[in-house]
Design a protein around this ligand. Structure first.
Ligand SMILES: *Cc1c(COP(=O)(O)O)cnc(C)c1O
Length: 324
């Protein structure tokens, strides 16, 4: 990313996951996990989701002839993701509760053998998602930092698994340090990291505009802390204002439309450069996890310069005035 690199005096690369079939990195894990479900003869799959897992599972399961059932926390799923989930034919259960409650439903259904669970507790999801690491190292070789948004922390653990496999195979010598970014009011792991602990306290009511990481009790929280310590990495948090700033920077400096959760990476990068943790000239990859069209409402609400014109001549006048 030329302009962002210049801005931060770094070598910054974006791993853009918005071009996957349903517009997020979730497709990587879902492709593998649904293939396994089909192989096992599963008839019904289920997931809890803040949106992208549901959209991806619906698409892959329908294609495989398996019935997708999604459990969504009521009123907290971005419009684009909801539209995809419906379009791809999932049965939708809207639960009056949080993501963590939706996940409890999934665990109970799995326990009773009613449906096969496709949340990232399913190890095949992790196997698919680790390919992000393969691709980064394949294209760039040595990298100093990889920055990833953290919700349930499946992705950051997947990436570390992929990196370690490459190292064990002798395909890369020095592994990048991992940065996990959480939203300030949904950041249980950051607090644990600051105390150098492996024990984290769940956040009861997580809040952030970045709905994909609005998670209070990360499923892979312990593993995420371990991989961050092992990689000599960092966990930090960023505010909603910083996220919106970063979303605009990506959209306007690089022409990359990403959803708020993905923009946390650039907000985190700015913070770490300011703090002197990431230093000039280093090679950094930010994982841009989901497409900007996933959440059109956020974009519409924030930062547009717009005018109303009731006639052709008025529209022409407005534009000629503001471009003067
Ligand atoms: C799922 C998701 C995340 C969070 O990933 P985890 O594996 O839950 O940490 C971040 N960004 C987007 C766009 C997502 O869909």
């Amino acid at each position: 990313m030329k302009n962002i690199s210049r801005k931060f005096e770094l070598e910054v690369y974006g791993k853009f996951e918005g071009a996957n079939p349903t517009g997020s990195f979730k497709d990587r894990g879902m492709s593998v996990a649904v293939s396994v479900a089909k192989y096992l003869g599963v008839k019904v799959v289920v997931c809890a989701s803040t949106g992208n897992t549901a959209a991806s599972m619906a698409a892959y399961a329908s294609r495989a002839g398996i019935k997708p059932v999604v459990i969504l926390p009521k009123n907290s799923v971005a419009k684009g993701k909801l539209a995809q989930t419906i379009m791809h034919g999932a049965v939708l259960v809207s639960l009056n509760g949080l993501f963590d409650d939706a996940l409890k439903v999934v665990l109970e259904l799995a326990h009773r053998n009613i449906a096969y669970p496709l949340n990232s507790i399913n190890p095949w999801r992790i196997e698919g998602q680790k390919t992000i690491a393969y691709e980064i190292i394949d294209e760039l070789g040595k990298v100093d930092w990889i920055i990833v948004p953290v919700g349930n922390a499946g992705n950051i653990t997947s990436i570390w698994k992929g990196l370690k496999e490459l190292k064990n195979l002798g395909l890369v010598e020095n592994l990048p340090r991992l940065v996990g970014v959480q939203a300030s009011r949904a950041s249980p792991l950051v607090k644990a990291f600051q105390e150098k602990s492996l024990i984290f306290e769940p956040v009861e009511e997580p809040k952030t505009i970045a709905s994909a990481i609005r998670i209070g009790n990360p499923v892979h929280g312990l593993r995420a802390l371990k991989v961050v310590y092992e990689s000599n990495g960092v966990l930090i948090d960023v505010s909603d204002e910083e996220i919106l700033w970063a979303q605009k920077v990506l959209a306007r400096l690089e022409g990359l439309g990403v959803e708020p959760a993905s923009a946390t990476t650039i907000a985190g990068l700015r913070k770490l450069v300011e703090e002197g943790v990431i230093t000039h000239g280093e090679k950094v990859v930010v994982v841009l996890t989901g497409h900007g069209l996933k959440d059109p409402e956020i974009a519409l609400k924030h930062g547009i310069e717009s005018y109303e014109a009731s006639s052709v001549s008025e529209a022409v006048n407005i534009v000629s005035k503001i471009t003067r």
